[in-house]
Design a protein around this ligand. Sequence first.
Ligand code: FAD
Length: 411
Amino acid sequence: QQLILIVGAGQAGAELAFALRQTGSTARIVIVGDEPFAPYQRPPLSKSYLAGKVDLAALYVKPKEAYDTANIELRTAVRAEHVDRSAKVVRLSDGSTMLYDKLVFATGGRPRPLQAKGVQDAPRLGNLHYLRTVGDVDRIHRQFQPGFRMVLIGGGYVGLEVAAAAREHGMHVTVLEAMPRVLARVTVPEISAFYERVHREAGVEIRTSAVVSSIVTDESGDAVTAIVCSDGSTTPADVVVVGIGLLPNTELAERSGLEVKDGIVVDELTRTADPDVLAIGDCTRHPNVMYGRHVRLESVPNALEQARTAAATLCGQHRPHHAVPWFWSDQFDLKLQMVGLADGHDRLVLRGSTSTRSFSAFYMKEGRVIAADAVNRPQDFMIAKRLVAQQSMVDPSRLADESQPLKTLAS
Ligand code: FAD
C-alpha cells in the first residue's frame, strides 16, 4: 500500500487528506502536526475565538471521529525534523522515522518576530504575544480584560481585527504601524483611510509611521510595561500583540535540497522538482496564470484550492491550480471581501462612498477589472469575483454608477 505523508496539520493538510479519500485514493494517509490539536481554522483566532464567542470545538476543520471514519492517521504534537529524499524517509521529533512514497509539505508559516531592543533579552515576557495558534490566543485571553491597555504592533489585517475585538471588549487599544498608513502592504490609500477612520471612531488610537525601537519591562523582566518608538514616544501597555507578518516554514524543505524562494517553489499541479514531493498552502510559491507571475498567498481559499489540486495530482488526475485569489477580514460590523491582486492597477473605481459603511472598490488595469474589495456588499462581491476571473472590460463610469445593476456588467 502506498503511503502519503502530509507534514503539517493545518487547513491545507487536513483538506488534502479528505480530498484524497473523496478522489478515491486507497493509500495509507498519515498527517503529522507539531501542534497538540487536530487541524483547525485560524481565521476565527483574531475574531470570534479571541472575542470568546466560539470555543475550540467550533474551529476544527473536521470532527476528530471523521479521521477514523476516513481512515486517516493523525499524529499531533509531533514534528518532522529531517527529510531524506533519496531514502524517502522522514525523521520525527519522537525519535521515530517514516518511509513515504509521496510527501507533501503543508507547513504553513510562523509569525515574523519583533526586532526591538529589549525583546531578545527578555524571553519570558508573559504579556507580549504573537497570534498564529490556539495556544497563542489562550495566552492572550489571560490579559484580554476590559480596562486593560492593549498595544498592537502592526496595522495589518490581524492587528486591526484584534484591535476591533479588544475595543468591543472594553479595552484601551493603540495600534502602532510603522508605515505611513495601516494595511499599506495589502491595499490602496483609500481603503487604509477608511479603516483608520472606522477604528478611530470606535475609540482605537491609531499611530502611523510609528516604528517600534525598544520595549520597557518591569523590574523582574517578566512583563512589558511600555513600547518605545523611534521618535522617542512611549506607549504604556498591559498586553502587547505583535502582528507584523508571516515567515513561511520552508526550512525543512530547503534542507532537503528543494528550491525555496520565500516559499517552497511548486508548479500549478503543486509539484516540487522532486516528482514524489508536493507542497501546498501558505508555505508555497506557485505560478498564478492570471497574473503571469509567481505568488505566495496567505489565505484559506488558497490553502483549500491547492489541497484539492494536490489530491488530484496524487491520484493521477490533471487539475491545475488556477484559482483567483480571495480573502476576507471582519472588523467591527464590517465584512471586507477581496478578490484578485490589485498591484499594478492603473485605475481605482469606487461604487458607493468610503464615507459610509458599505461600498465596493474595483481595481482596473488597461480597462480590465483585475481586483475588487467589497465592504458589507456580499452581492457586489459575488459579481466582482466573476468580473475579476474573466478580467472583464468594463466601462468605469457604469461600474461607479449605482443606478446600474452590477450584474448587467458581468457577462
Ligand atoms: P497553517 O494553518 O499554518 O498550518 C501549518 C501547520 O503545520 C501548523 O500547525 C504548523 O505548526 C505545522 N508545522 C509546521 N512545520 C511542521 C513540521 N516540521 N512538522 C510538523 N508540523 C509542522 N485567511 C483567510 O483567508 N481569511 C481570514 O480572515 C484569515 N484570518 C486569519 C487570522 C489569523 C489570526 C491567522 C493567523 C491567519 C488568518 N488567515 C486568514 C490565514 C489562514 O489561516 C492561512 O492562510 C491558513 O491557515 C493556511 O493554512 P496552511 O495549512 O497552509 O498553514
